[in-house]
Design a protein around this ligand. Structure first.
Ligand code: NTF
Length: 838
């Protein structure tokens, strides 16, 4: 029945009442949620109640767009990008969604009229820390860009009950606390209780021949876990596209095993439930370090199996044929963590859908693409074959069969080259066989990419050399990027407004437009405005530093920022050795001219990584001495800002003058903090590593502080037999610094505290800290010199931001879409649901 004009009007008013974006409507929506969802009223509502009510109000607006997007994807024969990642380091949703919806100001008005401060409410959110570092944060930036570019996409992952631990510092040491982020509920997720998949684990495989004489496998599991979907809508910037992040929670198929219960074995029945729930309980806190534990393999298989079952269900429900799975989905593997998907896809096709092996392998290879994120050998995942078999007995058989056929092909192509065959084999030979996940990913994917130009080149020369030799056409580079929505608009609103006042707002969606700022780089009044904003942000950070660490820092000093996971290859110890050298210069000559500097460190160490934890203790110990020494007269300060996470990163980047990107060349695959800092006007001091190389190319060598050995020089030095002790003996400043640490100068005369760290530097130094020390210190002098010239510094800072267009994750995602996924935008129209349901 056609509705009359009057009806349509009332429908529209109703829609406006429900999901309108004006301040009055938003205010009413908040109150409605407060009353009818939470049973609270203003007199008794807590700040958290208001945060929840506001989030629900925002979520309603997301859902309106989400439903329209999902409908479109179900109907259109549009391909969907499926991003498989064990980690998503999302950061808080509320403010981000306000920005993407374009209602930040309106919401501010709404909350003011309720007597609430929007910033307070935003600060109430417990951020979902479902990732360790760069890899997880990249997945989050990519979800933002996929939606903003209107690309149909689903992100699949694990709904960890406990994300990355919270870090505290006690007596200078890192203390870990569990991250109970769901404690107060999560307004951003929608549990799809009815949407679940069974996942088998353990047990054994029976083989039989069916009535048609076909050879069949029947996997009898040791246990079955249920994966329940929890969906989080991910809205793009000022578009209607709202994609899905689908995270799986593990549960027991039935909450009680009544048979066991009736026999009086209550604890047995409950422990089954516990075992199942354990799978999605906690994120492994290791960055760049594989964890060969059963639970980790179970986690990986669990989420990948649920996700593939889900994709197949979606495809078939739309009338798709299983043989044409790859027309509907392209599956991107975010590192090897989801690489078991290759074997699981084969199992589903062959065992469940009865597809012939060759066809199944063809379908699989057309569906998967693999991104490598590291060259570090300790991060390349392998599984002990025995352990693997105990968890996934059927997959072991499948991998053996994939490998047998695959090596046959290699043998033919290489005329039986034994070295190649054994390096490409998915299962290593030798007495302790291992399943090599990178090899499984490479064999099962049609595309393989690295995450920065240098990294992709090194992949081809080192870890994946033999793969490149045989399948060069699979390889490409996709340099990482970051979303300017979160990392500029949201975290640095003042700088963003200043930029927009000059060049309009187009840069937010098209970051290349930042080049429009170049014409103002020499303009003294713009320089002045730029530096005023920077100073404001430094004052804000100084306040927080004082609150959090009780250390008073001077916002006029250089804010020299080294924030990232703590790892030897990232070389926080190189930085602190420079701090000690500066300190000694002041001690030796108290009147020496020193450009005041605040060294700001932040980052978590993996709980089991002894040397990384010692590095934190060293930083805090040096801080204790330097910050208090009257001779220093506050000219240098050292701060370790605890609990580095997305929320804290958003506060630190805008205040940074100097960005420390000082990894040993060839070790940092890309880095993404380097991009965020530079976008916010920090100048980089860095090595030719990861994306630093491309950042320097873009911003210009004259706007970048370069030091250190190149990757080739690193290799050369190592092959010549690098001896760190020679460097220690040859450089008096370095020797003094190390001797002081050793003698207990920074640790109440107890030199043994740092023994392991010092020994590792003096006698191994695999990351060439000592070899790079001299060149680092010299370059830091140039940094200080440059900072003295305020105009020059301002110009360099402006040019850094102006030339960062390439490092938007929008550009990265476009590259993936064009070269790998072959998927284009599919704009979404808002639907009037009331009219539809009349
Ligand atoms: C990280 N890799 C790399 O270490 C970073 O350089 C890079 O920026 C990010 O990935 C994102 O690409 C890992 O965390 C892992 F797991 F691969 F080791």
């Amino acid at each position: 029945m056609k509705s009359s004009t009057k009806d349509t009007e009332s429908i529209l008013t109703r829609e406006e009442t429900r999901t309108g974006l004006g301040p009055e409507t938003l205010k009413r929506a908040i109150l409605n949620h407060l009353f009818y969802n939470q049973g609270k009223f203003p007199e008794i509502a807590t700040r958290n109640d208001y945060y929840m009510a506001m989030s629900f109000a925002v979520r309603d607006r997301l859902l309106q767009r989400w439903v329209a997007s999902v409908k479109k994807y179900l109907n259109a024969d549009q391909k969907i990008v499926s991003y498989l990642s064990a980690e998503y380091l999302l950061g808080p949703h509320l403010a981000n969604n306000l920005i993407n919806l374009g209602i930040y100001e309106n919401m501010e008005k709404a909350s003011n009229s309720l007597g609430m401060n929007l910033d307070w409410l935003i600060a109430k959110e417990q951020e979902p820390g479902l990732g360790n570092g760069g890899l997880g944060r990249l997945a989050a930036c990519y979800m933002d860009s996929l939606a903003t570019l209107e690309i149909p996409a689903i992100g699949y992952g694990i709904r960890y009950q406990f994300g990355i631990f919270e870090q505290d510092i006690k007596d200078g040491w890192q203390i870990e606390d569990t991250d109970n982020w769901l404690r107060r509920g999560n307004p951003w997720e929608i549990a799809k209780r009815e949407l679940g998949y069974d996942v088998k684990l353990g047990g054994y495989v029976q083989h039989y021949t069916d009535i048609n004489g076909k050879f069949k496998a029947n996997w009898i599991p040791g246990m079955i876990v249920k994966g329940i979907a929890y969906d989080t809508p991910i809205l793009g910037y000022r578009v209607n596209t709202c994609n899905t992040l689908r995270l799986w929670k593990s549960e027991a198929p039935k909450s009680f095993d009544f048979q066991t219960f009736n026999q009086g074995l209550y604890s047995g029945a409950v422990s089954d439930k516990t075992v199942c729930e354990n799978i999605s309980k906690v994120l492994y806190p290791n960055d760049e370090q594989r964890e060969g534990k059963i639970l980790r393999l179970q986690q990986q298989y669990f989420f990948v199996s649920c996700s593939l079952q889900d994709m197949i269900a979606i495809h078939l429900s739309q009338g798709g044929k299983i043989e044409r799975f790859y027309d509907k989905f392209v599956v991107q593997l975010n590192d090897t963590h989801p690489a078991i998907g290759v074997a699981e896809m084969m199992r589903l096709l062959v065992d469940v859908y009865e597809v012939e092996w060759d066809l199944a392998w063809d379908i699989t290879k057309k569906s998967f693409a693999y991104t490598n994120h590291t060259l570090l050998p300790e991060a390349l995942e392998t599984w002990d074959q025995d352990l693997f078999q105990s968890v996934l007995p059927r997959h072991l058989e499948i991998i053996q069969e994939i490998n047998r056929r695959f090596l046959d092909e290699v043998t033919i192509r290489t005329y039986g080259d034994q070295d190649l065959i054994s390096s490409l084999s998915i299962i290593s030979d030798g007495p302790w066989k291992k399943i090599r996940m990178a090899n499984l990913a490479c064999a099962g994917s049609f595309a393989i990419n690295g995450v920065a130009a240098l990294h992709s080149e090194l992949l081809k020369k080192t870890v994946l050399k033999d793969w490149y030799q045989l399948w060069p056409e699979k390889f490409s580079n996709k340099t990482n990027g970051v979303t300017p929505r979160r990392w500029m608009v949201l975290s640095n609103p003042k700088l963003s407004s200043l930029i927009s006042s000059k060049i309009g707002e187009g840069w937010i969606k098209n970051l290349d437009e930042l080049t429009g700022l170049e014409q103002y780089a020499d303009d003294p009044s713009f320089q002045q405005e730029w530096m005023v904003v920077k100073h404001e942000m430094k004052k804000d950070l100084a306040k927080r530093i004082l609150q959090r660490t009780k250390i008073k820092v001077d916002p006029s000093s250089i804010f020299d920022v080294h924030v990232k996971r703590i790892h030897e290859y990232k070389r926080q110890h190189l930085n602190i050795l420079h701090v000690i050298a500066l300190y000694n210069r002041i001690k030796q000559n108290p009147d020496a001219e020193v450009v005041p500097r605040t060294f700001i460190f932040a980052g978590k160490a993996a709980p089991g990584y002894h040397l990384a934890k010692l590095m934190i203790k060293l930083i805090t110990s040096v801080a204790d001495v330097v910050n208090q020494d009257p001779i220093v007269k506050d000219r240098i300060k050292v701060v370790f800002y605890p609990n580095y996470n997305v929320t804290n990163a958003q506060r630190i980047y805008p205040a940074a003058d100097v960005s420390e990107q000082i990894s040993t060349a060839g070790k940092e695959a890309s880095g993404t903090g380097n991009m965020k800092l530079s976008m916010n006007g920090a100048l980089t001091i860095g090595t030719l590593d990861g994306a630093n190389v491309e950042i320097r190319d873009c911003v210009g060598a004259e706007n970048f502080f370069l030091f250190g050995l190149t990757e080739e020089e690193v290799q050369q030095k190592k092959s010549e037999g690098y001896n760190p002790f020679d460097y220690y003996m040859a450089n008096p400043e370095l020797k003094l610094a190390i001797d002081q640490i050793n003698s207990g100068y920074f640790s109440h005369m107890n030199g043994s505290v740092f023994k392991d760290l010092i020994n590792s530097l003096l006698y191994h130094d695999q990351y060439l800290v000592l070899a790079d020390f001299e060149s680092y210190v010299a370059e830091q002098e140039r940094v200080a010199e440059a900072y003295k010239d305020k105009q020059r510094w301002a110009k360099m800072s402006i040019l850094n931001a102006a030339r960062m267009g390439k490092f938007s994750s929008d550009r990265s995602i476009k590259d993936y879409c064009d070269d790998i996924w072959k998927v284009g935008p599919s704009p979404v129209e808002l639907v009037d649901f009331h009219q539809k349901t009349q």
